[in-house]
Design a protein around this ligand. Sequence first.
Ligand code: NAD
Ligand code: UDX
Length: 460
Amino acid sequence: MKNITKITCIGAGYVGGPTMSVIAQKNPAIQVKVVDLNTARISAWNDEDLSKLPIYEPGLAQVVQEARGRNLHFSTDVAGAIAEADMIFISVNTPTKTYGKGRGQAADLKFIELCARQIAEVATSDKIVVEKSTLPVRTAEALKSILDNTGNGVNFHILSNPEFLAEGTAIADLHAPDRVLIGGEHPEAIAALAQIYEAWVPKERILTTNVWSSELSKLVANAFLAQRVSSINAISELCEVTGANVEEVAHAIGKDSRIGPKFLKVSVGFGGSCFQKDILNLVYIARSYHLDAVANYWEQVILLNDHQKMRFAEHIIKTMYNTVNGKQITVLGWAFKKDTNDTRESAAIYVADHLLAEEAQLVVYDPKVSAEQVYRDLDSLGSRTPADNRRLVRVENDPYIATANAYAVAILTEWDEFRSYDWERIKKQMKKPSFIFDGRKLLDKIALVNLGFHYYAIGE
Ligand code: NAD
Ligand code: UDX
């Protein structure tokens, strides 16, 4: 079996950065280089001040501190890092296509293809190429074709090794994964990759499959997880009209060991860079094989999620006497979930956009998201001019300043700190009646009602 001494990872993002940091931490004898075209991102990964790492993840800074400079390196020299590596992970972004065939559904593989062409051009020794990015089933075939037809005659073995970490718990997930999945055809290449994980993952948790099962399993895992969220969110609407309580229902059904308690937390809608993108991709693949019933089934998970975000925004407007024009609504939480600074596809963006269409005045506070990011997210929707977004939205970095004079507070991310605020103080400085719209069912209803708030929680 080939002894791996040098690993390169192309893509220093939310997956490449934390994953390679843990691989380096657990394999001190292997030199790990993470490369990216984005020079600002690489500088941030190299910053002496660990609070400036480009990604906020609990526990990440300690892992980087332990391995960086020893056997973990961040660089913009992509070609050099490819040339010297025995094993190359591709961990670049695979967003939904915004143009051409498959626009709005298919995964955009242009970054993947660029990586393959660069690897082929630079490599002068045999390489194991690992798909770490989430890819449509049968992408490995295209990769192999590019590598073999444009390369320098060296051998490439392609493996699929999708990543299952969730943001906010990435380090804990990487340290103790439920499973590591390796898809491949070449036993020696599979063994070489498995050995790296065996440094800390029990052997029985390392699953091997053929490449296509591995690629497809990643899309399916995300589709099943998102489906659970859409299922409980669908039931939340039914709870609101029947007097049932969605948390009690989730608890009751979750006790059934066949259903299980996880991923049944009601919300204003799932967000994040993966769920929507991967389901759309699954839908696109099913349709491309003319499997319309399959495609329609999974598409419903997304349609329900869109409905959940819109009905939450609509409920705010309806409750505030059918007009929010000129009224200050304070949005607490902009990230797509707690413990991350990532805002990709966050429900907050879409709820805010809907309220802004009604000319609400929004004030946003999130403990980890910058004002620039909030404006970038709103501008990228193209619903109104950047100037109008800045006229209608203010971003504050103190929750008490953010809530002063508000007609309503909308909780859109489940940050723990929101629970411990002095809500009595907040109540005093808000307009009356003071509304709270809790999209995460996070706060203590009885305490807030006793303080005189008009409190609405999703699913109750
Ligand atoms: P990201 O956007 O945070 O990072 C990708 C990085 O790749 C960017 O920094 C970009 O500059 C870089 N890049 C793109 N093309 C490049 C090239 N040719 N050469 C060098 N660098 C290049 O994306 P991410 O969230 O890390 O996701 C990466 C992949 O992992 C995606 O396929 C995603 O679906 C998958 N994934 C993500 C998560 C998650 O929680 N974010 C979890 C599991 C899987
Ligand atoms: C997801 C998958 O969990 C992970 O395995 C995969 O590798 C990447 O995609 P991530 O998107 O980072 O991870 O976070 P996750 O915890 O899955 O949450 C996704 C969204 O669903 C968030 O907006 C979250 O708030 C929401 N959610 C999750 C709920 O609304 N209710 C739940 O019960 C769980």
